[in-house]
Design a protein around this ligand. Structure first.
Ligand SMILES: *Cc1c(COP(=O)(O)O)cnc(C)c1O
Length: 535
């Protein structure tokens, strides 16, 4: 046991670490202190005490900014009587009030819109297939239909919602064709990129289990920019994701990936493009490596799957990244991003049905009957399938090409404009409609610039390692190019002439987190944060 004095000393040390961060000279020493102290039994709760108070302060700050309305009372219960619908609608409108409107063109992530017509047809599809087959209809029958569809391909009862099976298969087929897959390519429609990725990781884990039973601690090798959904999948499914460093061009380095491959490696992962900087990994070299090593290669095209093919057709330089490469065994691509589909739609594609078999879950012993399921979800909303299908058919190649052209024009103008702002620079050589911005001037803290932009209503995304800002370009940005460049120019000036700005807001917060020597503490901080936000 440690005495109360030590408790206090320890608390103060942690508080100092968390609050002020660590400068480079003392980092090693402090890391040792933290790791040692954390190992002392019974003191972990102290760390959490400090963390919790930090997190509460941070969440309070956010809530004050957003106003009271987004925080609820201590416990909300289901109303005894249903709220009249017009009243309910008003309540929803109030909740939406004052929230950022994506159509203003001031946010650079999350929302992909392609005009109201595109959404109208999807809404129609959604409601048609929701009412008929989704939540409000006989959805057990829908689930059964899907289980059968994937368990015994030929034993599907074509009487139960054959329309959805057909729409799903067509959506997969259209996506596979776009990504240059041949007739062997199969896949599944999922609820989003994360589910597609979960499925790919699960598939390769189970494949390795069957083919290489001697592997007890499976690993996958990926560049550090691979989406966290893989880390999440690894966490869920017991696969270690081994990360390799990036080259100066922000791409994966094939040599490093080759060296990271061990007897436990069961797959290689890369992105087209990776999200943070918008650059496509050297998929062709990685494909050769995969073939050479006899390993599967998953290309995460969640972000670019529905954009890169059109950018390539427009004549821009896009490295080959899809099923044209013999080593590519699977891909993920999000319909709900640049496919301009309603949220809740992505595809995971496999080179052939032999690989996909490992994705399917089957269980024969349930008293409720033979159970089988292709993906994570049990019940799957029919509306999402219909809306995804409607998005692909409604946009068509012409629609996607027009959109890609507009967005690439906008991106090129923005990249050129930003590179002209003194002290700012586009990182690497991004391949499509997304890029990141770094600072070349030690007096411009790029995160302070983000804070300054935010005060003017522009929400650019903050990134770390290195500090940078991320912009995904969407249709609502087409008409705000000059305005955005002007705002950025002003913010760059403001930050340069006022050093104090980098000690406040998210700049300070990222600075603090970036300086904590122990990642476990940062993770604890994040968990506390989510726990507090969703109270
Ligand atoms: C968005 C994204 C994902 C995850 O997709 P969700 O739909 O958010 O689950 C995975 N990889 C990349 C590259 C992405 O951009």
């Amino acid at each position: 046991m440690i005495c109360w004095l030590e408790h206090i000393v320890f608390t103060v040390v942690v508080a100092v670490l968390v609050k002020i961060g660590i400068n480079e000279g003392t980092e090693g020493v402090l890391r040792t202190i933290v790791v040692t102290l954390k190992a002392v039994p019974g003191v972990n709760w102290l760390i959490h005490l400090v963390l919790r108070s930090e997190v509460r302060g941070f969440v309070k700050q956010i809530e004050t900014k957003q106003g009271k309305k987004q925080s609820t009372g201590p416990r909300v219960t289901i109303p005894a009587k249903g709220v009249p619908h017009d009243e309910l609608y008003k309540e929803m409108e109030v909740l939406k009030q004052g929230e950022i409107d994506p159509e203003d063109g001031k946010i650079f992530a999350y929302v992909y819109t392609a005009g109201s017509e595109n959404f109208k047809i999807q809404q129609k599809a959604f409601s048609l297939f929701c009412e008929k087959t989704g939540y409000s209809g006989d959805h057990d029958a829908l689930v059964t239909a899907f289980h059968h569809a994937f368990m015994h391909e030929n034993a599907l009862n074509p009487m139960v919602f054959p329309s959805l099976r057909r729409m799903e298969t067509e959506a997969i087929s259209m996506s596979a064709g776009m990504l240059n897959g041949d007739d062997e390519v199969v896949g599944s429609l999922t609820s989003g990129g994360t589910e597609s990725i979960l499925m790919a990781v699960k598939t390769y884990r189970d494949r390795a289990k069957k083919l290489f039973p001697q592997i007890k601690e499976p690993e996958m090798v990926a560049p550090i920019t691979i989406h966290p959904a893989f880390e999440k999948a690894g966490h869920y499914f017991g696969v270690k994701i081994v990360h390799t460093a990036l080259g100066k061009d922000y791409k994966a380095v094939p040599g490093l990936i080759r060296r990271a491959i061990t007897r436990n490696t069961i797959a290689i992962l890369c992105s087209a493009p990776q999200y943070p900087h918008g650059v496509v990994d050297p998929v062709s070299e990685l494909s050769d490596l995969a073939v050479d090593k006899g390993l599967p290669l998953h290309v995460d095209a969640c972000f670019g799957g529905f954009m890169l093919p059109w950018v390539e057709k427009l004549g821009y330089t896009v490295p080959v990244f899809d099923f044209r490469l013999p080593g590519v065994t699977s891909m993920s691509a999000d319909i709900h991003k640049y496919g301009f589909g309603a949220k809740g739609a992505s595809v995971v594609l496999y080179r052939n049905a032999e690989i996909r078999k490992f994705q399917i879950f089957a269980y024969a012993d349930w008293p409720g009957g033979l159970f089988g399921s292709p993906s994570m979800a049990g019940t799957r909303p029919g509306g999402n399938i219909a809306a995804a299908w409607a998005a692909l058919k409604g946009m068509g190649v012409e629609g996607y090409m027009n959109m890609a052209k507009q967005l690439m024009d906008t991106t090129v103008r923005l990249k050129e404009g930003i590179n002209k702002i003194e002290g700012l620079q586009i990182l690497g050589d991004p391949h499509m409609t997304a890029f990141s911005i770094g600072s070349t001037d030690s007096e411009i803290d790029i995160l302070a610039l983000a804070d300054n932009m935010e005060e003017k209503g522009w929400k650019v995304e903050r990134q770390q390692k290195p500090s940078s800002l991320h912009c995904t370009i969407m249709p609502h940005h087409v008409n705000v190019v000059d305005e955005l460049l002007e705002a950025m120019r002003e913010s760059a000036k403001a930050v340069k002439s006022n050093k104090a700005l980098s000690k406040k807001g998210s700049a300070a917060m990222y600075g603090m987190v970036g300086n904590i020597p122990d990642n476990g503490i940062v993770n604890d901080f994040l968990v506390e944060f989510f726990s507090e936000m969703y109270k």
